[in-house]
Design a protein around this ligand. Structure first.
Ligand code: NAP
Ligand code: MG
Length: 396
């Protein structure tokens, strides 16, 4: 059978540990036999980021903006422990934070559902899509250890020398302080991405923050969402609700699902893992970053699955779930096909997704799912067996 061709390349961003092992396996078994894969490759392994002083991360973000579509493997965020483990010269920034802040926009995360896995939250009948703002707040903060008593102030100095200053705290003892920011432009594009998806998918949009406590900061988010809603999306028929984040959470655990839940950056980080884990597994979640310029980066929502990697290094065939990585690839290929007008590539991506789901539904799955599936499979497959089973279904 001739391979499916691609008009334009996608940006391929390789990563670390167990996900890097699965990445190569997915390409070898599920993509290369069927598609004449065109990619621009960037190696974001922690050692290459260290060697290039992280310029490779900046280069790959530029490449996503240029080519419009990227697919990313999970990567290690360096810490002092990792610095020692991988003998790194210096600590580099979180690659996801770097890419997200260069692309701006919004991360959408949606559970991948299969009939044999019931959500831990019984009322959820339909997926809850988390829309996470990808810029600023605590991910671009400035923080300081305060060594002794003293005044902490926030100061803004305009280009013309104008100044605003407020007291954060007149500290009587050592402690800590943190400064965060966001930009109107970024909040507006976050809101627009959310309203657009709500309109396209005909789903209600909820936005939640804490403007009773953070009257200016969270209040600004609330006001900019409302401004855009009143100007454009109310008349387009979108259903939109603002609530306090604690109230939203309390209502969501009793909701039937089928909504988009827009969250600020940190809330989205936490809530997307809650939704993923309640829906079955971190590996059963799609994640895509949508930039206001119309660039898309697809990734898995989980990390590098470090503990499994150490077992794999000792020769064990681990049962690591590759579904989120497979869906990162299919998401990117389907988007490439949509942008390029190449239906055979689009159909291939959708066939591979369907093959992955039907493989699980027919009882072949990794250990994380086998533990919670109903009916229970006789045994869990390792990742190699599972990927072969998907390949068998996809090629059939
Ligand atoms: P993790 O890699 O998401 O794994 C945490 C645990 O969740 C695993 O030990 C495993 O549990 C389970 N798990 C996650 N993905 C799984 C999968 N595909 N199949 C089966 N089980 C899965 O998080 P972490 O261990 O906290 O972080 C490891 C590294 O990933 C860190 O260096 C972190 O910086 C990085 N990270 C990267 C990203 C990203 O690039 N997007 C995101 C988060 C973290 P069991 O061990 O119980 O089986
Ligand atoms: Mg997280």
């Amino acid at each position: 059978m001739p391979k499916i061709s691609m008009k334009n390349p996608i940006v391929e961003i390789d990563g670390d540990e167990m996900t890097r092992v699965l990445w190569a396996l997915i390409k070898e078994k599920l993509l290369l036999p069927f598609v004449d894969l065109k990619t621009e490759y960037y190696d974001l392994s922690i050692t290459n980021r260290d060697r290039t002083q992280d310029s490779v991360t900046v280069d790959c973000a530029h490449a996503i903006l240029r080519l419009g579509v990227g697919v990313k493997c999970a990567t290690i965020t360096s810490t002092v422990e990792r610095q020692a483990e991988y003998k790194l010269g210096a600590l580099t920034a979180s690659p996801n934070a770097t890419i997200r802040s260069m692309l701006d926009g919004t991360v959408f995360r949606k559970p991948i559902t299969v009939s044999c896995i019931k959500s831990a939250i019984g009322t959820w009948k339909k997926p809850i899509i988390i829309a996470r703002h990808a810029y600023g707040d605590v991910y671009k903060n400035a923080e300081m250890l305060i060594p002794a008593a003293g005044k902490v102030e926030l100061v803004w100095t305009g280009a013309d020398g104008a100044e605003q200053r407020i007291l954060v705290s007149d500290m009587k003892a050592p402690g800590i302080v943190q400064g965060m920011h966001n930009l109107d432009e970024s909040i507006r594009s976050f809101a627009r991405c959310c309203f657009r998806l709500a309109l396209d998918e005909k789903l209600p949009l909820w936005f939640a923050a804490k403007d009773t406590i953070s009257k200016i900061y969270d209040g600004r988010f609330k006001a900019l969402f409302e401004e855009l809603y009143e100007r454009e999306y109310r008349k387009a028929g979108v259903s939109y609700t603002y609530s306090l984040i604690d109230d939203a959470l309390a209502r969501i655990v009793k909701h039937e699902g089928g909504i988009i839940w827009a969250c600020k950056n940190y809330d989205g980080d936490v809530m997307s893992d809650m939704v993923a884990s309640a829906s079955g597994s971190l590996a059963m979640m799609t994640s895509v970053l949508v930039s206001p310029e119309g660039a898309f980066e697809y990734e898995a929502a989980h990390g590098t699955v470090q503990r499994h990697y150490y077992r794999w290094q000792k020769g064990e065939k681990t049962s690591t779930n590759p579904v989120a990585l497979i869906f990162a690839w299919t998401g990117a290929l389907a988007k490439r096909a949509e942008l390029d007008g190449t239906p055979p590539l689009f159909d291939f991506a959708k066939r591979l997704e369907a093959a992955t789901l039907s493989t699980i539904e027919s009882g072949s799955m990794t250990a994380d799912l086998a533990a919670i599936a109903d009916p229970k499979p006789q045994r869990a497959l390792d990742s190699w067996e599972f990927i072969d089973a998907v390949g068998g279904t996809a090629g059939a």
